[in-house]
Design a binder for this molecule. Structure first.
Ligand code: FE
Ligand code: FE
Ligand code: ZN
Length: 268
């Protein structure tokens, strides 16, 4: 994966820890991990972002589904300890009609259980900002804040586990945050509610839908309703520009190569 990233001009990358729809991960190959770490050091590859499977729903009503989420989460975090400095991103979950409050409770309970079992020292767990499709939790900055508070107020001080946030440009736009006409306002809002020190990664996606659509359909950079000029402001924003940016646009490898060049060209 490191070589692929370098071949398209990337210095960070995101990957799925296993099939995005769920299932077992390949056994950890220690020699492969070692080779990757050496290669990443040599080529200046920044934080790798591991994405949990989409099927992981920490807020599910059915205990069986939450247990699956917990076991995947623990397994992933244990693996990631071998690549220090990695980020682990997950969709907080869908409350499936139980209500946001119950969703927040289930998600924070699961995180506490996961932290207790996996004791991650090297990895920062990121809550992804969501578009608010269906019953997704994390559609507002306040919901993300509520999860962080519910976890950290109950985390034993010695646990030393880190929780951060990954901001997805398509999701916040679809969620109703106007990053096109009021980027400064959205960044200030994020800072006020969550705190910019929590922001560890940006998912860089245009959107097929209008502001507040709550749809979550990613578009290629500059081809959607967010548009290229907004991305110019995003990649140059003083509070965002030093963060790692990860593309999740509907592209093949060549397409990603072109988008990376396009975004690099916007940087002042
Ligand atoms: Fe995601
Ligand atoms: Fe995303
Ligand atoms: Zn999405």
């Amino acid at each position: 994966m490191g070589q692929t990233a370098v071949s398209i001009g990337a210095n960070v990358f995101q990957f799925f820890t296993r099939n995005p729809r769920g299932g077992a991960a390949k056994p950890l190959d220690k020699a492969d991990v070692k080779a990757f770490l050496a290669y990443a050091g040599e080529h200046g590859i920044g934080p790798i972002l591991a994405h949990a499977p989409y099927t992981l729903n920490a807020a599910a009503a059915e205990p069986r589904i939450r247990e699956f989420a917990e076991s995947v989460f623990i397994d992933d975090l244990k693996r990631l300890e071998h690549t220090p400095g990695a980020l682990y991103n997950f969709h907080p979950g869908s409350h499936v009609g139980q209500g946001v409050e119950k969703g927040v409770e289930l998600i924070s309970d699961l995180l506490l259980g996961v932290f207790d079992a996996a004791r991650p020292r090297e990895t920062t767990v990121l809550l992804e900002t969501m578009a608010g499709k269906g019953s997704e939790v994390g559609r507002t900055f306040e919901e993300i804040r509520a999860i962080i508070d519910a976890v950290e107020s109950r985390l034993p001080p010695a646990a030393n586990c880190r929780l951060g946030v990954c901001l997805d440009t398509c999701h916040v736009w679809d969620g109703g945050y106007d990053i096109v006409n009021d980027l400064d306002g959205v960044v200030a809002k994020f800072d006020g509610v969550i705190g910019l020190d929590r922001l560890k990664a940006i998912h860089t996606n245009d959107s097929m839908n209008v502001l507040g659509a709550h749809k979550d359909r990613h578009e290629k950079i500059g081809k959607g309703k967010i548009g290229l000029e907004a991305f110019r402001r995003i990649v140059n924003h003083p509070k965002l520009r030093e963060l790692p940016f990860y593309l999740e646009t509907p592209c093949d490898l060549q397409g990603y190569k072109e988008e990376i060049a396009l975004l690099k060209g916007l940087v002042k």
